[in-house]
Unconditional design. Structure first.
Length: 211
């Protein structure tokens, strides 16, 4: 008998261009994107450390972003067409939800500080894991742990549903790494030491996959 975890249904997204403002489009998502209140971002600098919004601003033509519960409202530059951009925005939202990492960073960023010791950096990253990351990926049965911090390198291990999961590297690249580099700019390299081949209960995000 298989003890695989229940597979979450695929993410569906409905895009609706505003009739009042044709440069604004509302993306209604079948899952919660951000459980807090509404947050408005005018530029990428304001989005620093919030993985989803940073990635949306990387798309050519995105002018501003509003995130609230299951809705992501994106404003574009008037010279940019929705054709193609809509699909790109939807792909970013889906892949961010796939990471299991929260879309918006709630904890304040640490700016203008002097260089810290490896122990101080480790404590900062551990705090990020405790407050933001592991709470988010716990829904997938996963966890990220610090193995070591030395000379600007962060060594981590993924366990539970993240060990052997097909989406684990997406979680690292588009979620955890972005958040770490904002709260701990001393980190220049993040190394995953996990033996993913030995994972016994990986979380599979796509329907139809079997262990």
């Amino acid at each position: 008998m298989s003890d695989a975890r229940p597979v979450e249904p695929p993410v569906s997204i409905r895009a609706e261009v505003s009739l009042v403002d044709p440069d604004t489009c509302k993306f209604t998502v079948s899952r919660t994107v951000h459980p807090g209140g509404s947050l408005f971002f005018e530029n990428k600098e304001q989005a620093a450390g919030s993985p989803l919004v940073e990635r949306l601003f990387d798309l050519p033509g995105v002018a501003h972003v509003l995130v609230a519960s299951t809705v992501v409202t994106v404003g574009k530059e008037s010279s940019t067409a929705w054709s193609g951009l809509n699909a790109s925005i939807g792909a970013v939202i889906r892949s961010q939800l796939l990471t299991g990492i929260c879309a918006i960073l709630k904890s304040p960023l640490r700016a203008g500080a002097s260089k810290r010791s490896d122990a101080e950096v480790r404590a900062t990253v551990q705090g990020l894991l405790d407050r933001e990351v592991n709470r988010s990926i716990a829904s997938h049965g996963g966890q990220i742990s610090i193995v070591d911090v030395r000379d600007g390198k962060l060594l981590i291990a993924m366990s539970g549903g993240c060990q052997g999961c097909t989406a684990s590297q997406v979680t690292l690249k588009y979620g955890f790494e972005l958040m770490v580099r904002k709260v701990a700019p001393e980190i220049v390299d993040i190394i995953d030491t996990t033996d993913h081949a030995s994972g016994t209960k990986p979380f599979y995000p796509h329907a139809g996959q079997e262990r």
